[in-house]
Design a binder for this molecule. Structure first.
Ligand code: DGJ
Length: 749
């Protein structure tokens, strides 16, 4: 890992043996981009990549110089209006209303390791040798505002982390009405953009579009990163596949309003930008103040989409998620939501927990409905004291009883919300996000607490701590079930209202910080009506996230497959639920449901006592299987093998242990077909030289065979046949009917 500065050309070259990131100081003192991709030689000038030629019909920065126009130059962190006409990375509004700035290079610093971003989640290092950070200083002389561009190159991950700081060293306040985390201009635009789109219960479906001239973007203005678009995009070349070819990934470590944008200009230059959404954002930067943007992580892979995903998975598992649960297998839990909804009492809960414990479940999670007078979704959010009508022994009593059964106890909270029917609302109606004189829109009968106000955050933190100090709680599910409307804070001055959304999410982070520091052993799972805030910002505090409220196994294949583009298997909350499924009414077998839920945190969300004896035995066997192989699945490498988006919902994936000696392969068939062809699958990630046995098969196979010839799949049922003698037989395929899955364990001793 190296950061080279060539004084003569004022060129920076960051590299780690696999990737290079190169830029330079242009003749106007601003930064020009040269290259990001596979490592190239150090000790060389790459200024030829930025050769200037004169272009007609544009504007030039200097008189009598027809070659220097920002309109045609690739840049690092561009501004609008001084010959660049594309969307800018930032904009400052000055006292006189002007918006033109001129940030010029003043120096740089190379820091060992990686500095923390105050108040914000970000990737980190544990030893200085793991990364090196370049801080480039630029200054606008007129305003005396300094801009610091931070670039971190990691030694073990093919990723560059970027963020920006604005420091007001002048005497006047300036308003930042755009401050993105990164911008990157590519030489060409021959890419297909992949994004993760959806809505409630069908989050993070992969969609693709070939880049076109103009702007294409995804974003959120909902106050949360949202189920609609994820703060992630990938750019792949035409021939890139899951295992080969060039791809760039861009991921934003942020949970609020965001924008990720690709703009193709008139010379086919591609500008990619990511950061806080500029709409609804305006930050007053007073003299002496600093504004730090969230971090964007850019990954380069020449090993296809799987290569990109694995870099994200490893970086996010090892150096984003933090605390005790980082890189640890997760407890198998049972959650009572779909089993009881609000209709429970202590006895019912203990019955479910007892039976689940007998079958091997390790943790019971009590979901919504345990506090205040909460018997439906219309009341008590904000009143975080136990409902003694339902739970006569309180949370402590219940938790102790469950702990005595040998299980851990987990609890649901929705700390950012309040119902109008609640003690909190009666006491503090001004703490609800609303715009004075305007109607308050409602969602799920609830309103959003003003987390931009530290007093509100402190109050909710105290209530939560009172429960956590009193009862043995090992896990918290932190829910968030509506988006923000009528955004405004009574605690902010008029000119600071544009800061509301960012301050809100900083408030959420502050409470997470407080609780994760005070209770380092508690495992947090984030949730927002399922995966409505599944993003790297949340993963920093909560290493797992409830992936979707859709627990149907068929639907979950797509959701988990799409999510895996950026997020690790171990971060995806996944449960086996009852049938008919509560979201789609589909009936699938218990083993099919488990075969999908295995590829996540794994747990159950049903009333165990309503299962048949046979189903309970299946459950016991599933738990035993998962305990044996969860380390391979949760801490191994995950490879997508067959996409449900291209194969009528059928899919396949494999998890390979770090030492490559064990792997768990899953194939899924959604709908049965008559008389199907034979199928084979090229496996990935194995050791070519190792000989593997496969569960359910007598033969052994070398890794080289499985990865090059392929794994010949079990024969599918090919229909009934009538023999000449009139007997009806059915063919030898094992997986008759719809919704079948195979789980194979590959082992090499
Ligand atoms: C939405 C979550 O996604 C569900 O799992 C459940 O916790 C409900 N909220 C409870 O209100």
């Amino acid at each position: 890992m190296q950061i080279e500065y060539r004084k003569e050309e004022k060129q920076f070259h960051l590299c780690n043996g696999n990737i290079s990131y190169i830029f330079h100081v242009m003749e106007n003192g601003q930064l020009g981009h040269l290259y990001f991709g596979k490592q190239v030689h150090t000790g060389r000038s790459y200024l030829y990549l930025q050769k200037q030629r004169s272009h007609c019909h544009t504007a030039y920065a200097y008189e009598n110089n027809f070659c220097f126009s920002l309109d045609t130059m690739r840049q690092e962190y561009p501004a609008y209006g001084t010959t660049d006409f594309r969307d800018p990375a930032y904009q400052l509004v000055q006292k006189d209303g002007s918006r033109i700035t001129d940030f010029v290079y003043t120096g740089h610093e190379i820091v060992e390791g990686k500095p923390k971003l105050p108040g914000l989640p970000a990737t980190y290092v544990e030893a200085e040798e793991e990364a090196r950070t370049l801080v480039v200083y630029l200054k606008d002389e007129l305003l005396q505002v300094e801009m610091q561009l931070l670039y971190t190159m990691f030694s073990d991950y093919d990723a560059v982390a970027r963020s920006v700081r604005f420091v007001n060293k002048g005497k006047e306040t300036v308003a930042l009405n755009r401050a993105l985390s990164m911008s990157l201009d590519f030489f060409d635009s021959d890419f297909t953009m992949l994004q993760l789109d959806g809505t409630w219960a069908r989050e993070r479906y992969i969609s693709e579009r070939i880049l076109q001239k103009g702007i294409q973007s995804v974003g959120s203005l909902r106050g949360a990163s949202s189920a609609v678009h994820n703060p992630f995009l990938a750019l792949k070349r035409k021939n890139t596949t899951e295992s080969d070819g060039e791809v760039y990934g861009c991921s934003l470590v942020y949970s609020g309003n965001f924008l990720m944008q690709a703009e193709v200009d008139h010379y086919d230059v591609l500008r990619v930008m990511a950061g806080i959404h500029p709409s609804e954002f305006c930050w007053q930067l007073h003299p002496g103040e600093t504004f730090q943007t969230p971090e964007a992580v850019m990954v380069y892979s020449c090993q296809g989409l799987n290569g990109m995903s694995q870099t994200f998975h490893e970086l996010y598992n090892r150096r984003l998620a933090h605390g005790r649960w980082r890189e640890r297998v997760r407890p198998i839990l049972i959650n009572n939501w779909e089993a009881t909804y609000f209709d429970f009492n202590q006895e019912k809960i203990l019955d479910i927990a007892r039976k689940a414990g007998e079958l091997g479940v390790e943790m019971f999670v009590l979901d919504d409905g345990w506090f205040g007078k909460r018997n439906n979704a219309s009341q008590s959010l904000g009143d975080w004291t136990p409902n003694y009508d339902k739970l006569p022994d309180g949370i402590r009593g219940l938790a102790e009883k469950i702990t005595a059964m040998g299980m851990k106890f987990g609890l649901w909270f929705e700390p950012e919300m309040v119902n109008r029917v609640s003690e909190l609302y009666q006491k503090h109606p001004e703490w609800v996000v609303h715009t004075p004189g305007r109607r308050m829109s409602v969602g799920r009968n609830q309103y959003v607490l003003d987390y931009s106000n530290p007093e509100v955050v402190a109050y909710i933190g105290d209530l939560m701590e009172a429960i956590l100090d009193d009862a043995p709680v090992s896990y918290i599910k932190w829910d968030m079930n509506r988006n923000i409307t009528e955004a405004f804070s009574t605690s902010l001055e008029a000119d600071r209202q544009g800061e509301f959304f960012h301050r809100y999410i900083l408030g959420v982070y502050a409470l997470y910080e407080r609780l994760t520091n005070k209770y380092p052993d508690i495992l947090f799972e984030s949730c927002a009506s399922g995966g409505g805030r599944f993003d790297p910002g949340m993963l920093y505090y909560a290493p797992q996230c409830w992936t979707s409220d859709d627990t149907d196994a068929v639907e979950r294949i797509k959701i988990q497959y799409g999510t895996s583009l950026c997020y690790p298997v171990v971060s995806m909350g996944s449960h086996v639920s009852a049938v008919p499924n509560h979201q789609v009414g589909r009936v699938t077998g218990m083993d099919f449901r488990a075969a999908v839920a295995y590829f996540g945190t794994f747990g159950y969300e049903l009333d165990v006592n309503r299962l048949t004896g046979e189903e309970q035995l299946q459950m016991k066997a599933q738990i035993a299987f998962f305990k044996k192989y969860r380390e391979v699945i949760q801490l191994g490498r995950f490879y997508r093998l067959r996409s449900p988006f291209e194969n009528q919902g059928d899919a396949a994936w494999i998890c390979v242990s770090q030492d490559k000696r064990t792997a768990v392969l899953a194939t899924y068939k959604v709908l049965a077909r008559v008389n199907p062809r034979m199928k084979k699958l090229l496996l990935r990630g194995l050791d070519a030289e190792l000989e593997y046995s496969l569960s359910g098969r007598d033969e052994t196979y070398y890794g080289s065979e499985l990865m090059n010839i392929g794994f010949v799949e079990d024969l599918e049922f090919t229909g009934y046949n009538v023999r000449d003698n009139g007997t009806i037989i059915y063919d030898n395929g094992s997986d008759k009917g719809d919704f079948t899955a195979h789980i194979y364990v590959l082992e090499s001793r």
